[in-house]
Design a protein around this ligand. Structure first.
Ligand code: FAD
Ligand code: NAD
Length: 479
């Protein structure tokens, strides 16, 4: 048995590494167990987010957006850029460089905060003992007063489209194509399907997205989703809703995909197929039978509102527990748990977690959709403002999309804040802050916003909730 720790975290993604740093900052003797080994054989911290998720996907989204703009958006602005080409190897090198810098940064943060890194696969035994198996299969047992499980999630594989290296890939494979596929199929019009579909479409692929559900982005406010769908179609993304996959097979270096929809049986051939139908909580070989930690009916580690499991002193955060699979939700939970172990009593406000889809236009929201508010049965009012009437958006050549604010009819308190358009990912933070402070639409309407900014659309939408926006015909809508 090795030294005893106050806290051992299993997993160094945004849930685990943030929890470990916060615990160490609070004076707790902390270690973090991590098993990630990159394709070049290096131990890496940072989890899905930094290695194969948020960061590399955003690097490719940024680069491909610039390429798309140079090809299709510059001429309207008087910039003549002829024969713009993409060097895929160089683009991937840049993406890998960013990942390398950030994952190395976590190692530096662990060092400076005094977090011990333990390399290997952790398994929770009874009484908060953790057996760690390293890459040479050596085993060592550690003990802690508190354990935080932050083992994340893995892509779901579906029987009609089993992964086949180089052809039928998950999101990780889709971040590594060494050339632009001429025809790209994507199964699932969720966040990953739309983001990675957009990357390759901008670089020249003909992209078809096959989605099982009849409605597009059903979790998103439908006014916003419809607006975004129009833009995606304009960009050439072919989105087939209500389509049930029946099979995918690799023949003669092509992927033949069969599915059925309202128009009957369909067959398409693609050079590559991305399967992006969701992720599952990752608990493989994690819990011994006597660890005392239970899973819920969908395989997530069962926790209460404060991320405590059924085993005393064992906590779980991030993708491996209920709630949205988002890096910032994982980190919020990590901080809450570290603080609770140190004796404080913070709470995550699950009603104020923003969501962003990093397409162009971006789609971002916090709080309830109009459909949810309607279903709740309470009276509400809505204000919207289109970026088409915003001077800064026009100047930036990106005047599409809208801001939509939903407020309680009686109290005027903001219930939902939705944006599709340029920099929606940044603008939504204003809605998060407003909702965290329990603001009314009038509070935002009485706030002074700099001119000219995209954020003025927030001001105008807030004005539209009550007395009317200034720069457009009154869009006030009482329900
Ligand atoms: P993870 O990041 O999955 O980390 C878990 C870690 O635990 C891993 O490093 C794993 O190796 C380690 N581990 C697992 N089991 C063990 C074990 N038994 N012993 C030791 N170590 C173990 N979210 C956003 O908020 N914004 C985005 O833009 C975004 N983009 C994404 C893009 C893609 C392509 C993908 C796939 C995901 C994206 N996500 C995004 C989701 C985000 O990556 C996850 O929500 C986030 O990483 C979850 O953090 P986590 O700490 O719970 O788990
Ligand atoms: P998702 O749940 O967002 O979307 C999956 C889509 O696949 C859904 O629309 C679903 O209806 C569809 N689907 C499921 N089975 C299908 C089938 N057999 N045939 C056709 N369609 C099918 O999941 P995802 O896009 O894989 O992303 C996984 C997780 O990663 C998400 O929970 C998301 O929160 C997270 N993520 C977040 C971001 C971000 O915050 N920007 C980016 C990427 C991933």
């Amino acid at each position: 048995m090795s030294d005893k720790y106050d806290v051992i975290v299993i997993g160094a993604g945004p849930g685990g590494y943030v929890a470990a740093i916060k615990a160490a900052q609070l004076g707790l003797k902390t270690a973090c167990v991590e098993s990630w080994i990159s394709k070049d054989g290096k131990h890496k911290l940072g989890g899905t987010c930094l290695n194969v998720g948020c960061i590399p996907s955003k690097a490719l989204l940024e680069i491909s957006h610039k390429f798309e703009e140079a090809n299709h958006g510059f001429a309207d602005q008087g910039i003549m850029a002829k024969d713009v080409k993409i060097d895929i190897a160089k683009m991937m090198e840049r993406k890998s460089g960013i990942v390398e810098q950030l994952t190395g940064g976590i190692a530096g943060l662990f060092k400076s905060n005094g977090v011990t890194t333990i390399q290997g696969h952790g398994k929770l035994l009874a009484n908060r003992q953790i057996e760690v198996t390293d890459s040479d299969n050596n085993k060592q047992v550690y003990e802690a007063e508190n354990v935080i499980i932050a083992t994340g999630s893995k892509p779901i594989q579906i029987p009609p489209a089993p992964f086949k290296e180089g052809y039928i890939v998950d999101s990780e494979g889709a971040l590594e194509f060494d050339e632009v596929p001429k025809r790209l199929g994507v199964i699932g019009a969720g966040v990953i399907g739309l983001e990675l579909g957009s990357v390759w479409a901008r670089l020249g692929s003909e992209v078809t997205v096959i989605e099982a559900q009849d409605s597009f982005l059903p979790v998103v406010d439908q006014q916003v989703a419809k607006d975004a769908l129009k833009q995606f179609k304009k960009q050439g993304l072919q989105i087939e809703l209500g389509s049930r996959m029946t099979g995918a097979e690799v023949k003669r270096k092509l992927v033949y995909v069969n599915y059925e929809n309202a128009s009957g049986k369909q067959e398409q051939k693609f050079d590559k197929l991305i399967v992006a139908v969701g992720r599952r909580p990752y608990t493989d070989n994690l819990l011994s039978a006597d660890a005392g930690v239970n899973l819920d009916e969908r395989g997530f580690i069962f926790v209460d509102d404060t991320c405590q499991t059924d085993a005393p002193g064992v906590w779980a955060v991030g993708d491996v527990v209920r709630g949205p699979m988002l890096a910032h939700k994982a980190s919020e939970e990590g901080i809450m748990v570290a603080e609770r172990i140190a004796g404080h009593k913070p709470q995550v406000n699950y009603d104020c977690i923003p969501n962003v889809i990093y397409t162009f236009p971006e789609v971002a929201w916090v709080g309830k959709t109009e459909e949810q508010v309607k279903a709740d049965g309470d009276a509400y009012k809505v204000g919207t403002f289109p970026f088409a009437a915003n001077g800064r958006a026009m100047a930036a050549n990106s005047a599409s999309g809208l801001v939509k604010i939903i407020a309680d009819e009686k109290t005027d308190r903001i219930l939902g804040f939705h944006v599709t358009g340029p920099q929606a990912s940044e603008i939504v933070a204003q809605g998060v802050i407003a909702m965290e402070f329990g603001s009314s639409a009038e509070d935002l309407a009485l706030t002074c916003f700099a001119h000219p900014t995209l954020s003025e659309s927030v001001h105008e939408a807030a004005l539209a909730v009550n007395d009317g926006a200034i720069h457009i015909a009154n869009r006030r809508k009482k329900k």
